[in-house]
Write a protein that binds this ligand. Structure first.
Ligand code: B12
Ligand code: SF4
Length: 546
């Protein structure tokens, strides 16, 4: 450690897109904390630096909690928090800090983020972090985009992350969920998904045991939320690790898992091992279903088959959220929406989660096709959370017709009738009441109101109609006002131009550089500084391989 310049590091996990209000976000936001910012904090301390870590849930006074005089600020952001992150980066750069962006936004929109950050990281391992800690230089006007060759093979466990986890959980007043990972990547290849090109990779099962043991010693009855993209791919191995470590009934688990992994014998085992909530993806009644194990079955036959499966899951697991993507190219006419309503009738106990089809920059192979077809709209990132805007022009729907159907479906899904049936099916248990709160909050009713407002504007406001139609790039006032309102006191710090981005940046980069689809983010080299237009990747640092 001789000669080390000890840096003052800030690590900021943005789980809110600005200052927040509302009961549900106060109860739940701290449970959305990401694992990687905690990992970065551990690695920075291990490298000998002083770290201030904050999970920003929307209720903190950032100025009071994050020191002003830091040397380097890491920010973790989803795309929905991009404008917030850009504003904070600008604030800290003015104060002399070097800023680093990581997380989903950095992976999806590195070209854009490089305009506002000194470093933008894709896959991140310890070597990447050590390299930039050593470098710690302002890179302006264009930041450096860097990525490890692949996902790290190992990450610091719960014991090492504990002080950051505990600090975050202290902000969750009732339900406290500890984030954990048993694997990275996914063996499936759903073309709209960020992990469709990332190899599946289990993490060390010994560490898993050690994490569980440690947690049991800290918390009387922990709740664990698995952040695995698809939990339980190595089902037996993971279950055995849990069974050997966790006495029955001591830990509750939540996981996202595809239906194809949820056969009845496995559900029996999941139940025995404390799994209380599962979130399987269904996507659409007309997509071919590897994930749902429905093979070539589509339409009403698929509805029936999946409903039987989900009801079987519900006999073992008290809380189930079924996830759908609205607006996929395989969908056409009223049928997809009507079938989802039939599904809701057939599975009254499951909570339906709807995502509007969204092309998150470089996230998925499908996005390149969509950009090539000129179907991606330049909605500011702030709206890209699968709900507030759909940035892909649907193939088979006109916008007003599409929004009519979305409004109708959400209204149906969160109506008092559906709520009553859900509550009867769930019983007056915690899952039952959670579903009532969700359905009556911003997630259920709130969305119906929001979609109704957008549908209204499509009929009355030509600026909205032209923007949705791709005929105008001028952001309608409805959306601009919303960003201003959401950023609140941070709005004045948003750099000029930071509401706009090149919606086809991925395509432009690929056209400028004849590289294969898989070349980012798993490139053999660190990405080059991003310039406009993006030029061929150049070796910037040593290849970063764990
Ligand atoms: C687990 C998960 C969740 C969990 C946990 C969220 C959390 N805060 O971490 C829950 C269920 C809460 C969730 C919620 C949401 N999610 Co989510 N989620 C995922 C999922 C399945 C896995 C992500 C993960 O943790 N992987 C494990 C980590 C270790 O790997 P990684 O993400 O690849 O990260 C690597 C690098 O990016 C980098 N890195 C990551 N973070 C950071 C941070 C720093 C500082 C640095 C330097 C580096 C770095 O290092 C990692 C190792 O190489 C992904 C889909 C997927 N298959 O990846 C979607 C995904 C991230 N979610 C997505 C979305 C849209 C959402 C929601 C907005 C959905 C909604 N409408 O509510 C919310 C937002 C929640 C919030 N505000 O925090 C999108 C994000 C797209 C985008 N560009 O923003 C994804 C990609 C899915 C998709 N639709 O394609 N999600
Ligand atoms: S199964 Fe889930 S995580 Fe895996 S590729 Fe498909 S959508 Fe992505």
């Amino acid at each position: 450690m001789a000669g080390l310049h000890r840096l003052r590091i800030g690590v900021l996990d943005l789980v809110s897109t600005g200052p927040a209000r509302g009961l549900y976000s106060r109860l739940m936001n701290a449970n959305l904390a990401s694992i990687m910012p905690q990992v970065i904090a551990v690695w920075c301390e291990a490298a000998g630096h002083r770290v201030s870590y904050i999970c920003y849930t929307g209720y903190e006074d950032l100025a009071a909690e994050m020191p002003r005089d830091i040397d380097m600020l890491f920010i973790s952001a989803f795309s929905e928090a991009a404008q917030f992150a850009y504003a904070i980066s600008a604030l800290y750069r003015q104060r002399g800090a070097v800023t680093v962006l990581g997380g989903p936004h950095a992976r999806c929109y590195p070209e854009d983020a490089c305009q506002y950050f000194d470093y933008v990281l894709g896959f991140t391992d310890r070597k990447v972090v050590d390299d930039i800690l050593r470098d710690c230089a302002p890179n302006r006007p264009h930041g450096l985009a860097l990525a490890a060759v692949r996902q790290p093979l190992q990450l610091p466990g719960v014991r090492e992350r504990w002080k950051f986890i505990a600090q975050t959980l202290a902000k969750a007043p009732t339900i406290k969920i500890v984030p954990m990972l048993a694997s990275l990547g996914c063996p499936y290849t759903c073309s709209f998904c960020i992990d469709s090109t990332v190899d599946y990779q289990p993490l060390d099962p010994y560490q898993l045991r050690e994490d569980l043991r440690f947690l049991l010693a800290q918390v009387p009855r922990p709740r664990i939320g698995w952040h695995d993209p698809n939990f339980g791919v190595r089902f037996d191995e993971t279950m055995t690790a849990i069974e050997e470590t966790v006495p029955p009934g001591r830990i509750d688990f939540i996981a996202e898992s595809s239906l194809s992994l949820l056969a009845e014998d496995r559900l029996v085992r999941l139940k025995r091992n404390g799994f209380k909530a599962l979130l399987p993806g269904i996507e659409s009644w007309f997509s071919l279903g590897n994930k749902a194990k429905t093979g070539k079955t589509v339409g009403m036959a698929k509805v029936q088959q999946v409903a039987d499966h989900v009801n079987m899951v519900l006999r073992h697991i008290p809380y189930v959220q079924t996830n759908f993507v609205l607006g996929l190219d395989c969908d056409e006419g009223p049928e997809p929406f009507e079938l989802t309503k039939r599904f809701i009738d057939l599975t009254p106990g499951a909570f339906p989660g709807y995502s509007l089809l969204t092309a998150f920059g470089r996230a998925a192979p499908l996005n390149l096709e969509l950009q090539r077809a000129d179907r991606v709209l330049p909605f500011p990132h702030h709206f890209l959370n699968n709900t507030l805007a759909m940035n892909v022009r649907p193939r088979h729907y006109e916008w007003p017709d599409f929004y009519d159907r979305v409004v109708d479906l959400t209204r149906y899904s969160f109506s008092w009738r559906a709520l009553g049936r859900r509550l009867t099916a769930n019983g007056s248990s915690i899952p039952g009441w959670m579903n009532v709160v969700r359905a009556r909050s911003s997630e259920g009713q709130g969305r119906t109101h929001y979609y109704t407002a957008v549908r209204g504007l499509l009929g009355t406001d030509t600026s909205v109609r032209d923007y949705f139609g791709g005929e105008s790039n001028v952001l309608p006032a409805f959306y601009a006002d919303r960003v201003r309102r959401d950023l609140g006191p941070f709005w004045p710090s948003l750099p000029p131009g930071a509401l706009q981005h090149d919606a086809n940046a991925y395509l432009h980069a690929e056209s400028a550089t004849p590289v294969s689809l898989s070349s980012w983010p798993s490139a053999e080299i660190g990405l080059a500084p991003v310039e406009a237009p993006v030029s061929a990747p150049r070796v910037l640092m040593e290849p970063t391989q764990t």
